[in-house]
Design a protein around this ligand. Structure first.
Ligand code: NAP
Ligand code: GDD
Length: 457
């Protein structure tokens, strides 16, 4: 007697015609069985001899276990840094791909889940597919116990103290969270015996190239980190490579160049600019203070970049990939592009700390269509009086700067089939549109006598 059940549980072959008939019937009914007792009653109901009943029972158990496996075949992902820009977009994306998503969030004295509130699921809900755990990358025991509880198929390590300038103020903490934090995850997976099951994505960064040794930068370009953040991430990069080579783990680095979005942290330069120009246009702010406007970045949209993270973990072999657009733009030009979106031509005069930005021309049609008429007169006056709207504040200079980043995403294109959907002007439009709405809301609240946030950091 022989019975073969295929992997996908759809076909079943047996040389015994009688048993074959029964098995077919069983397969038809499989979805109705919720426990093994039901299988037994089912067999009793179809009156067969004892031997066949025993054999059938055995195979039914196999099928039942397969059914359980099939039911729980949702992939399970664990995202550290789930409350951040990338964590939020990645959670949405994985949920849309039918994953069960677990996220690690830090305990804070006030809610820090604004970016994921729209997908939050109440813990009392049955069959949740978005589950949050308290945790911190600086706490090995916490990380190990969350991984043990979740038993993830994929871990996306996105948590980090991610602000380059702030890393000069908190270098030890940055090393602990961004460098050792990565080690804690890799080691937990190894110690828990999940090496074969769990794939790991490490959020590496173009900051590793720092004082760039080559333009554009690819996976083969040597690293030269220029901040405590980048040095901590360098450790994260190499420990990921080392665990891959030493223990055969499916651990990969995504070397992501700057990626932005309407939910980008407010103190990163792009968001600072799109928020400030929206406020200036609405008459809520006079001056935008920036640091080094000559540095250049390869900016993409975070929505495109989280797709790349997922693709990296779907590859049969782990590897490291540069994710970038290949286009580099200065901070000054980003200001100009954001201005153009609302009909302001911004020009710069002076050099170094004395440099200032002015509205040199105003397209009233574009301005009123995007902003409205209420603040038009105010902006006209800024043009006429040649009032600066951008100035330099040296407090934003960094002790060591990364002057130019430009990535070469060729390998990602070829191997992953990854291609960004947004170019820089589409990114600027998305961010400006969202910040104009936000600032109009805040303007309305302010007019009504409510206190609003100050974004001048
Ligand atoms: P982000 O918005 O700053 O988010 C960082 C996340 O990490 C937040 O959820 C934060 O929690 C969490 N976090 C910080 N320290 C933690 C700790 N000790 N334990 C647990 N969680 C902690 O950063 P992002 O832009 O989404 O970037 C995601 C990752 O990619 C980061 O590792 C970043 O360094 C890296 N990266 C980013 C870019 C980019 O351009 N965006 C480029 C290359 C690499 P709170 O919300 O509580 O602060
Ligand atoms: N934040 C900020 N604020 N940056 C300014 C300002 C300012 O007022 N003025 C000029 N800049 C310059 C910085 O000196 C830097 O050269 C550039 O703008 C970009 O700064 P950020 O937006 O803070 O990003 P970053 O490039 O330092 O770091 C981001 O990208 C990395 C990937 O290359 C972060 O997301 C990192 O976590 C990420 O690894």
């Amino acid at each position: 007697m022989c019975l073969i059940v295929s992997d996908d549980n759809k076909s079943c072959l047996t040389r015994d015609a009688h048993l074959s008939k029964i098995c077919l019937e069983i397969l038809t009914h499989l979805t109705y069985f919720n426990n093994q007792a039901q299988i037994y009653y089912f067999l009793n109901g179809i009156g067969i001899n004892r031997l066949v009943k025993l054999v059938s029972l055995f195979w039914l158990n196999v099928l039942y276990l397969q059914k359980l496996k099939l039911c729980s075949m949702k992939k399970r992902a664990l995202i550290t840094g789930v409350t951040g820009q990338d964590g939020a977009y990645l959670s949405e994306y994985l949920l849309s791909k039918n994953y069960e998503v677990h996220g690690i969030k830090r305990r804070a004295s006030s809610f820090n889940t604004e970016r994921i509130d729209h997908i939050y699921q109440d813990p009392h809900m049955q069959d949740r597919d978005f589950i949050l755990h308290y945790g911190d990358l600086t706490d090995s025991m916490n990380i190990t116990s969350v991984i043990q509880e979740v038993q993830p198929d994929e871990i996306y390590n996105l948590a980090a103290m991610s602000h380059v300038k702030v890393s000069f103020d908190t270098p030890e903490y940055t090393a602990n969270a961004d460098g050792l934090g990565t080690l804690r995850i890799l080691e937990a997976v190894r110690l828990l015996g999940l090496t074969r099951k769990t794939r790991i994505y490490q959020a590496s960064t173009s900051e590793l190239y720092g004082l760039v040794q080559e333009i554009p930068q690819s996976e083969r370009t040597p690293f030269y980190p220029r901040s405590p953040y980048a040095v901590a991430k360098l450790y994260g990069y190499w420990i990921t490579v080392n665990y891959r080579e030493a223990y055969g783990m499916h651990a990969s680095n995504g070397i992501l160049f700057n990626h932005e979005s309407p939910i980008r942290g407010e103190t990163f330069v792009t968001r600072k600019i799109t928020m400030a120009l929206s406020r200036i246009a609405l008459g809520m702010q006079d001056l935008l203070y920036l640091g080094n406007m000559s540095s250049r970045r390869d900016w993409g949209h975070a929505k495109d970049y989280i797709r790349a993270m997922h693709l990296i973990l779907q590859q049969e072999k782990p590897d490291d990939y540069v994710i970038a657009t290949g286009v580099t733009t200065s901070i000054r030009d980003f200001v100009r592009m954001a201005g153009t979106y609302i009909g302001l031509e911004v020009s710069f005069e002076g050099t170094g700390p004395e440099e200032k930005g002015y509205i040199s021309d105003l397209d009233e049609k574009v301005f009123t269509s995007r902003i409205g008429e209420a603040s038009l007169e105010l902006v006209r006056e800024k043009v006429q009086r040649h009032k600066a709207i951008v100035a330099v504040d040296p407090q934003y200079f960094r002790p060591t700067e990364v002057d130019l980043l430009q990535g070469n995403p060729e390998k990602a294109r070829k191997v992953l089939g990854w291609q960004p959907e947004y170019d820089l002007s589409a990114l600027v439009a998305d961010m400006m549109e969202s910040d104009i709405l936000l600032m109009k809301k805040e303007h309305f609240l302010q007019e009504g006598g409510y206190r609003i946030k100050s974004y001048l950091e």
